[in-house]
Design a protein around this ligand. Structure first.
Ligand code: NAD
Length: 468
């Protein structure tokens, strides 16, 4: 099947690809650290030499400014690969835990070894980093890898498909393209690890398929990430970071602050600051700004505008923005005075709408958050130490950011991932290497026929001596 921009893989190609990569793993090609390092070096070369082609592809898909793609995607995966190159030898070193004397002679240790053939399925909103950052972890860990980019970002998927073989060993790493049919065929295949990024709906399909093969999974899902504003915050800095985090990539970011819980009397001053941000970031007209992208497709555009219309009809007030253009897939950064029952509060918004809900106490905000699924990220803006501690200790989430938005994705030393409905498993840096490694336990004993065993362990049992 052929999409306008992207050629989908055929059934035969997918079958051949998985057979080839499973066979390659058996040959041991990807196991030596020297091979992995050489491939990681090639990957860095790809990032450097094909930078413009990759940035252009993302711009075509989602209208993202190349600077933003560089900062939020390509630079991160390049850094990840550089770090993996630097640290791989130490990450892969056998680990000798300290054990009691009885076992010391058995030299117990842990070796991080590759699972085998891994599948990585990416989402469209950050088509490079969501595919290539886990890929770095899988490569570093010594797996063979099938990459399945999202068909909703066809230019990026095509760029990855065309460029990867020019730099990386095709015996070990391949790209499969397609939509539901092709993904389903992949999921019916026996992989040794599946790493999925996308919606919880498809996450469940992936996990069910993996269960049939008893394949371990990492699920990087989404959900509604709340942002709590406490009156002890600095409102001006809060607004800068909130506006940036919410409207980056038109709100199509898994860790975007989804909604804001704010004390009643701070809403008006917050709006003054948010209007200032709109003027400063997009000159008060995002439509004309080259730094503001577009909604991925008409289906998402219609979904988003439908929610806004529903909320407007039920009395929610638009405080900022609200304009749109379907043909250009443009939706203006929009702030809405909302409530818990609003349409925008049902599911993850994944678009440039910021509902603000009045909340008079921290306790009320905490119980509002805790009544919902565990978020990928919880944001809190406050300086009051007691408040910070209270929110931290009484909530759950994949990550918590205090007085900032988004930056944790850029810090590769922090394991990235969700909790509860926002996902399971972690990646980036060492966490990515560990995710794609089987922690294989070893005992390596000699042949000294230890008399203590005869006395304490082997039958016949001497009940007067309890050895353990
Ligand atoms: P998507 O539509 O790009 O789909 C992701 C992958 O699933 C694609 O490869 C697609 O082909 C495949 N797929 C789609 N339907 C399928 C089906 N029925 N059976 C098998 N495979 C199928 O991505 P999306 O789901 O629209 O992504 C948006 C969601 O992803 C949001 O909820 C967002 O929060 C979440 N997300 C999470 C992260 C994270 O890191 N946790 C990052 C980005 C996006």
């Amino acid at each position: 099947m052929t999409h306008d921009t992207l050629v989908y893989s055929t059934k035969e190609e997918i079958k051949q690809c998985t057979e080839d990569l499973a066979a390659t793993f058996e040959t041991g090609l990807t196991r030596p650290l020297s091979f992995r390092k050489q491939q990681l070096r090639q990957f860095v070369r790809l990032c450097d030499e094909q930078r413009d082609a990759l940035l252009e592809a993302v711009q075509k898909d989602i209208g993202k400014h190349p600077y933003e793609t560089m900062a939020c995607e390509l630079a991160l995966v390049r850094d990840d690969a550089m770090r993996a190159l630097d640290k791989l030898s130490s990450w892969a070193k056998p680990e000798y835990p300290s054990v009691r004397l009885t076992f010391a002679l058995s030299r117990p240790h842990v070796r991080r070894v590759p699972y085998g053939m891994a599948l990585i399925m990416g989402a469209w909103n950050y088509p490079l980093v969501l595919m290539l950052a886990p890929f770095v972890g899988a490569m570093a860990a010594g797996n063979t890898v099938v990459l399945k980019p999202s068909e909703l970002a066809p230019y990026s998927a095509r760029a990855i498909t065309e460029l990867l073989p020019r730099y990386l060993d095709q015996r070990a790493y391949r790209v499969v393209n397609g939509a539901v049919e092709e993904s389903s065929q992949l999921l019916a295949t026996k992989f040794d690890y599946i790493f999925y990024t996308g919606s919880g709906h498809v996450g469940r399909i992936v996990m069910q398929a993996a269960a049939q093969q008893l394949t371990p999974v990492t699920l990087e899902l989404g959900g509604k990430s709340p942002l709590i504003i406490h009156r002890s915050c600095n409102l001006s800095v809060t607004a800068n970071r909130l506006f940036f985090g919410k409207f980056l990539n038109c709100g199509q970011t898994c860790i975007a602050p989804d909604y804001v819980l704010c004390p009643r009397d701070l809403i008006e001053p917050l709006m003054v600051e948010l209007r200032r941000c709109y003027k400063a970031f997009f000159d008060g007209n995002a439509r004309r700004s080259e730094c503001y992208g577009k909604i991925i497709n008409e289906r998402h555009f219609d979904r988003l505008m439908g929610l806004l219309e529903e909320d407007k009809a039920s009395g929610c007030q638009v405080l900022l923005g609200g304009t749109s253009d379907r043909e250009a897939r443009y939706i203006e950064p929009t702030v809405i005075l909302s409530n818990a029952k609003a349409a925008l509060m049902r599911d993850e918004i994944f678009g440039p709408f910021m509902p603000i809900i009045e909340m008079d106490s921290v306790d009320e905000a905490i119980s509002f958050v805790n009544r919902r699924d565990q978020p990928l990220t919880l944001y809190l803006f406050a300086t009051d130490k007691k408040v910070i501690e209270k929110v931290r200790e009484s909530t759950r989430s994949g990550a918590m950011l205090i007085n900032d938005t988004m930056v944790h994705m850029a810090i590769a030393q922090l394991p990235f991932g969700g909790s509860g409905a926002s996902g399971m498993g972690r990646y980036r840096g060492k966490a990515g290497f560990d995710t794609f490694s089987n922690q294989r336990a070893f005992v390596h004993n000699g042949y000294f026929d230890d008399p203590a065993r005869h006395l304490l362990i082997y039958p016949p049992y001497n009940t007067k001596r309890i050895p353990l």
